[in-house]
Design a protein around this ligand. Structure first.
Ligand code: NAD
Length: 499
């Protein structure tokens, strides 16, 4: 049995707690590795070493730090297949999805190569007689990243790229279900020139997270995961005086107007609800057709598309559409929610509960599942399912569809499919959701914009990556200075003649 490690002071380090978590092969159900779960003392030691390493790293000029990001980006590119395989091996997503996971993280590293520009300050000359003002962005010190299982490369890269290029040291606690990719990324960063100790990867569970939240040296916490944990981490970090941004779960709606291209809308709904087995915070899990004719047109197109999907292990090749769920518990929970949909009166159009694959009978698979006539009081509507389940809620007008989307407690992403610019524009302006797609099902903004939801999908301030991340990981200092040689007696302002 492979025993995984932490990555501390530039080296793989065995865990000292004697506590481990199982890392599964989700396609077979077998345990493939054990990951050590750090104690409070192990976290505190890693933080103390990070604080020592941060002093020199914070004083390194931004251009040199950016060069480390450039070398890192190149190494990620060169090792794309190895990293993607590591993602798929523990997560179970297809290899093209694994590559996408690495690629979307790499794009944030590419933005970090421009850190000197993003960190430039502001200057006011002659704010008063002989007075100039300037603002600078300084690193916070040691910051922490706590990340979920579903993007084992992308989200750690979203955290480490901006935090490190701003001159901070980071303690990263990846998901204990997919821990290996973060260690591989940390090794590539070392090879790219990052000094030892500036990035510490500490594996663990609640004990390690609580140690991070209570550690007085840590100045800021960037969290991504489920809503209840996001809310807990935000509260505890804030009450300990830390800056915190905590991104949570989602229930993303896609409105389909009667004038939409129905084939494209059906393709978009299938891809965005089933891709990565629905384990994406930007997955569309609720289809909201306007009018029964639209709903019927979608049913007619979606069912045959779902029937054609290939579900299997990532090792079966690139034509697999999606893989297993992350754990047995997750599979059991998703199947239980499907049961509840039937019991609570939704119309079952496709049932994935009995899906089984020869040779992989113990894998955590769930087949494509599609419900029609779902209502907002049903559990399959209220809960974030995080599985390959599409719920269709019929509405009779655009206003009803908009209200449904806006009344939902989550606000991560949403989408509208329509041929009408006025409707699209109205939707984009009025909807209370952080990321909006127009004829676009998964509107993850490009890396030089920013990523963040509203309502219960995010707690705290500022978004992930892009310019917001450079604000989150720095504090502003403003200097007001006066040089008396520029002031004549009596306060009148004068320039000195130049020789
Ligand atoms: P999770 O909340 O279970 O775990 C996230 C992190 O929190 C992990 O590192 C885990 O070890 C830690 N953790 C778990 N329980 C804890 C506890 N009781 N106390 C302290 N720490 C704890 O989330 P997950 O299952 O790994 O990821 C899936 C969730 O993440 C979904 O809800 C998904 O929507 C969300 N997500 C959100 C975004 C976003 O940007 N909004 C992006 C990706 C995933």
């Amino acid at each position: 049995m492979q025993e995984l490690t932490h990555f501390i002071n530039g080296e793989r380090v065995s865990g000292g707690s004697g506590r481990f978590a199982d890392v599964f092969n989700p396609a077979t159900g077998e345990v493939q590795a054990k990951v050590p779960l750090a104690t409070t003392e192990e976290v505190n030691e890693a933080v103390a070493k990070a604080a020592e390493a941060q002093v020199a790293w914070g004083a390194t000029n931004p251009q040199r730090r950016a060069r480390v990001m450039m070398a890192f980006g190149q190494l990620i590119n060169e090792n794309m297949d190895m990293l993607a395989e590591s993602v798929s091996r523990e997560h179970g997503k297809t290899l093209p999805d694994g590559r996408g996971d690495v690629q979307r993280g790499l794009e944030v590293i590419e933005v970090c190569m421009g850190a000197p520009t993003l960190l430039k300050g502001e200057f006011t000359t002659d704010g008063g007689p002989g007075i100039d003002l300037y603002s600078m962005r300084q690193p916070l010190g040691v910051v922490a990243g706590i990340t979920p299982f579903n993007f084992p490369a992308m989200i750690p890269l979203w955290k480490m790229g901006p935090a490190l290029s701003c001159g901070n040291a980071m303690v990263l606690k990846p998901s204990e279900r997919c821990p290996s990719t973060s260690i591989l990324l940390a090794e590539l960063l070392k090879e790219a020139g990052l000094p030892d100790g500036v990035l510490q990867v500490v594996n663990g569970d609640k004990e390690a997270v609580d140690a991070i939240l209570d550690n007085e040296t840590i100045q800021a916490v960037g969290f991504v995961g489920s809503t209840p944990i996001a809310q807990y981490i935000y509260g505890r970090a804030a009450s300990n005086g830390k800056r915190a941004q905590c991104f949570g779960g989602a229930k993303n709606h896609m409105i389909v107007m009667p004038d939409a291209d129905m084939d494209k809308a059906a393709d978009a709904l299938v891809g965005s609800s089933m891709g990565a087995a629905g384990e994406r915070c930007m997955a569309i899990s609720v289809a909201v057709p306007v009018g029964d004719k639209t709903a019927d047109a979608l049913v007619e197109r979606i069912v045959p598309r779902l029937e054609k999907l290939k579900v299997g292990p990532y090792t079966a090749g690139d034509d697999i559409d999606y893989g297993p769920l992350i754990t047995k518990a997750s599979q059991t929970r998703v199947k239980g929610l499907i049961d509840s949909g039937i019991e609570q009166g939704a119309t079952m159009l496709m049932d994935g509960r009995e899906f089984s694959l020869q040779g992989y009978e113990d894998g955590f698979f769930v087949g494509p599942t599609y419900f029609d006539n779902v209502t907002p009081d049903m559990d399959i509507y209220k809960e974030e399912i995080f599985g390959p389940v599409l719920s269709q809620v019929r509405t009779q007008s655009y206003e009803e569809a908009l209200k449904l989307t806006m009344d939902n407690e989550y606000g991560n992403g949403t989408s509208i499919f329509t041929a009408d610019g006025d409707t699209a524009r109205d939707f984009a302006n009025r909807v209370n959701v952080g990321m909006v797609g127009i004829n676009f099902p998964i509107p993850v903004p490009l890396s030089y914009h920013t990523f963040g939801g509203w309502k219960k999908s995010a707690f705290g301030d500022l978004n992930q990556y892009g310019p917001d991340a450079f604000r989150f990981y720095t504090k502003t200092k403003t200097v007001t200075e006066r040089w008396f040689s520029g002031i004549k007696e009596g306060g009148e302002f004068a320039f000195k003649a130049m020789d």
